[in-house]
Design a binder for this molecule. Structure first.
Ligand SMILES: [Zn+2]
Length: 620
């Protein structure tokens, strides 16, 4: 329903635009498509101002409308929050081909209507303040420039399908890296076949370092801006392994002409954003050591790289072509993000960068983390996807009690679904086949998939109904059946913490997270249903004393560790400016790490499934 709603709106926009040009003269719609050329310059990098010129030109003899609208996107695909990029625009000017001023007015927060008076050749210039380095925003300073075209370049309303060129005037000695192909003409000119492609191609301009490798004759480059404690050769080798394992997983075909990893190394940055034939990555520059840090870098690489299939080509209903003026709703982010998160670990395993035991330890921890979150019983994976615009990207102290993370839960559903398919098909098929089928049957046929399509393809590959699985765990909010699926690979989840004869003792449990902020111990989170929640402790409360003794976090944790389930803890708190005392009767919990272990006497079929899933024999 939402999909059709979206297309109806797009159609309405096209009809309105069509009506404007038709009112002047019934022009051929094809012939009225203008040439759109952008020039981006940065004459004073230290001022953070990116200067944009957009030129709109039609051939002689073609009728041009009396007014045209330039629109700044309010969001960028892959990051599902309205970021209002238009707030950084200033000094908008429009002129005709002779430099004569054209009247313009803003008609809403992100649209500039220019009275072109039928001019076939006109230009607008504007400046964009760029001083925020994330993978989805823009930064220009004396060290470098990085931007997302969706956060910089306006489109001509009604012409998102138009090709365009982008010329970049880079200060010496900076170079330009982008996934866009070069265009004939001046140095650093690129072309995009439409605005979805233009907006899907971030740009780095700096004195970056480049590591390159080839896979099946296709060039991949890692463009690195910033210093860090990485080993270049190891990084090149391991990223290549990730690329090769991913391509193998998806059937061996490479769906791009070249691929660019843009990597920013800073003291405090992180995250990644996927694009068609590139990705932008941020990583803490000294986090490549020890190896646990390096592995988190490889996970990030595998995640963003796998997205080139899952979301960029295998597209959920509403995710492309995009509406850049408002939210684009889909129930499928648990697939687009969650299953990508599952595959990031599978790819590292297949590339030989983690062991099967490390893979299972990571899975067990993700199960345990999900089970700690009361919100898992309040929100389904589909609901989490749909509401990302107001929930996932707008978290607050109640989020733990009201939300589930579609990355984390989606990744777990991916793992369980993979094992369900292996179970039903007796090891003949897997989730890999589902992803390849979606690639061949949807992307290659130029169509997006719906939630019903995803279930139908999963069932087709499994050779069985998965109505129960999808009903309970994807659309529903029921507790996941870990063991029901793990058994396919001869595994079970052990939550007892019993490793030998020793059974872990039940410990006193409050149910609140505390942080030390300077000399204040503050409640950062209260879990629904916990003793803290039921007896009135609030997020934001400052705990001054425990049993009449002044506390630090260290002191508080140490005293609580001495208490037993059922004991009293007398808290003295500041709530806002008011001092009060709050007696808490403690509950009990066993805080043992979850483990995924082999079942007793696994069958040959279970052993075979484990082997084909994780690439090695099942051992104790
Ligand atoms: Zn992602």
């Amino acid at each position: 329903m939402l999909t059709s709603h979206y297309y109806v709106l797009r159609l309405a926009v096209l009809i309105i635009v069509g009506a404007i040009s038709a009112s002047a003269q019934p022009a051929q719609p094809q012939a009225s498509v203008p040439e759109i050329a952008f020039i981006v310059s940065m004459p004073k990098p230290h001022t953070h101002m990116l200067d944009v010129e957009v030129r709109v030109k039609r051939k002689a003899g073609v009728e041009a409308p009396p007014a045209e609208v330039l629109v700044m996107p309010v969001w960028t695909p892959g990051s599902y929050l309205l970021r209002e990029f238009e707030r950084h625009v200033q000094e908008f000017v429009a002129v005709d081909a002779n430099g004569g001023a054209l009247q313009w007015e803003k008609i809403n927060k992100n649209s500039w209507r220019v009275a072109t008076k039928g001019s076939r050749d006109w230009r607008a210039t504007y400046r964009v303040y760029a001083n925020e380095l994330t993978v989805r925003t823009n930064q220009l300073n004396s060290d470098h420039a990085f931007w997302n075209n969706a956060a910089l370049l306006m489109y001509l309303e009604g012409f998102l399908n138009s090709p365009s060129t982008l010329q970049i005037l880079a200060p010496q000695p900076w170079k330009v890296a982008t996934g866009l192909p070069p265009a004939p003409g001046p140095k650093n000119t690129f072309r995009a076949e439409n605005f979805d492609v233009l907006y899907d191609s971030p740009v780095e301009v700096s004195s970056f370092k480049t590591l390159s490798f080839e896979v099946k004759g296709v060039t991949h480059r890692i463009v690195i801006d910033g210093e860090g404690n990485y080993e270049p050769e190891r990084m090149r080798r391991d990223v290549q392994k990730i690329v090769e394992a991913s391509i193998d997983l998806m059937g061996g075909e490479i769906p791009y002409k070249d691929y660019t990893f843009i990597l920013h190394l800073r003291a405090n940055t992180g995250g990644g954003l996927e694009h068609l034939n590139s990705t932008a990555l941020g990583f803490r520059r000294f986090n490549f050591k020890p190896d646990t840090g390096y592995r988190s870098f490889l996970s990030l690489v595998a995640h963003e790289f796998y997205h080139l299939w899952n979301v960029k080509r295998i597209k959920p209903d509403a995710l492309g072509p995009f509406d850049y003026t408002k939210e684009n709703y889909t129930k499928l982010l648990w697939v687009a993000e969650g299953i990508t998160s599952y595959y990031e670990n599978i790819i590292l395993r297949r590339a030989g960068l983690i062991t099967d035991k490390e893979f299972l330890a990571g899975a067990a921890k993700s199960f345990q983390d999900l089970q700690k979150i009361p919100g898992r019983r309040v929100m389904s994976a589909e609901e989490a996807s749909f509401d990302t615009w107001i929930k996932y990207y707008r978290q607050d102290e109640n989020s733990v009690n009201s939300q589930v993370d579609y990355y984390d839960k989606g990744s777990i559903i991916g793992l369980l679904l993979d094992l369900e398919i292996r179970k039903f098909s007796k090891g003949a098929k897997s989730l890999d086949d589902v992803m390849r089928h979606l690639y061949n049957d949807f992307y290659k046929k130029d169509r997006n998939y719906t939630p019903a399509d995803f279930q139908r393809v999963s069932e087709l590959i499994a050779g069985a109904s998965l109505a129960d699985f999808f009903g309970k765990f994807v659309r529903g909010r029921e507790e996941l059946d870990y063991n029901g699926s793990l058994v396919a690979a001869g595994l079970r989840l052990d939550i007892t913490g019993v490793t030998g004869a020793q059974k872990p003792a039940e410990k006193a449990y409050l149910g609140a997270d505390l942080v030390q902020e300077g000399d204040r111990l503050v409640v950062s989170r209260v879990y629904a249903g916990s003793p803290a929640y039921e007896q009135g402790l609030n997020t934001g409360d400052q705990i001054v004393a425990l049993d009449n003794r002044r506390v630090t976090k260290e002191f508080f944790d140490a005293r609580m560790a001495e208490k037993k389930p059922g004991d009293l803890a007398n808290l003295t708190i500041f709530r806002f400016d008011d001092l009060s005392s709050l007696p808490m009767k403690l509950g009990g919990s066993i805080e043992a790490p979850y483990r995924i272990v082999a079942v007793e006497n696994p069958t040959a079929e279970q052993r075979q499934t484990y082997q084909s899933w994780l690439g090695v024999a099942l051992t104790k």
